[in-house]
Design a protein around this ligand. Sequence first.
Ligand SMILES: *Cc1c(COP(=O)(O)O)cnc(C)c1O
Length: 349
Amino acid sequence: MSTATLSIDLDAIAANWRALDKASASGVQTAAVVKADAYGLGITRVARALAQAGARRFFVAVAEEGATLRQVLGPGPQICILSGHMPGDTDMIGDLDLTPMLNSLDQVTRHLESLPGQAFGVQLDTGMNRLGMEEPEWEAIAPFVLEAGPELLMSHLACADDPDHGLNETQLATFLAMTNGTGVPRSLAATGGILLGPKYHFDLTRPGIGLYGGRPYEAARPAVTLSLPVIQTRAVAPGEAVGYSCAWIAEAPSTVATLSAGYADGLPRSLSNNAVLWDGDTPCPLIGRVSMDLITVDISHLPQIPRYLDIIGPNQSADDLADIAGTIGYEILTGLSSRYTRRYYEGTA
Ligand SMILES: *Cc1c(COP(=O)(O)O)cnc(C)c1O
């Protein structure tokens, strides 16, 4: 088998959820964000582990993800749809008991007309200018919408990963102004917002990346190891080149390993000549260009040929890899290939 192995520690994910739950007061509910196939780790096993840990409310981006999640979780847990109620979503929302976060007057009208009595929340824009109703629009329709009984009023912070950013306080003040006195449960914080402290917590928090071991939750337990099998090794003489465009040329007699994974698997091409893989605790430089399905690694200094090398693991997190590639951990995780064999570990704590 030459597909790489993505090992996912479900105990670590459950422990991260519990720790983030403990980071807010006991009256604050902690949801779990499992959009994009649980940040690339596999929604089926991850959502089940989170439900077992105690999560009762889940957020996904689109209704189709909600439909998948309902099959996984069965009836009971609340499944919230961040993109709201789009044309074509009505049957899924109604039949599978999904809870859309309505983003506009259009969506409010669609929802209340097509599924009267079906649960919904409202997403408010407090300064990110991405999703949700802005202040004037909300002011105009709030009395009518509140009459219909939303389950949640929510908004999202644009700069929560930077505690010193002025927009955090501004968004908080706007959120308070838009929701005070409504009596409806409120939610503002994702992972970064939880770490900003209690005044950002309201009634419900929505952590995603922190559950999976990513920044800005530095205290997270790592949850992911990605091991790439060595397909072939060869001796390369000084002056010989390796890979596309001869981007690496041997200066000394070298042993080069060819590993199974490339940019088609979510390893950014910007890692070319610029990253390390790990044989246990020994770093091995990635040499030459990242190809579609393969990378090449200098293993000249290893005493024996390894069966695989880790590109994410104890010595290099998804965030570390992202730093090298010039991106963020979120993008590395959600780009993890469907070709990888996902192995889940639990009950080992
Ligand atoms: C993705 C997302 C979250 C989770 O954010 P993390 O930074 O991964 O914790 C929460 N709320 C909304 C609206 C989101 O889009």
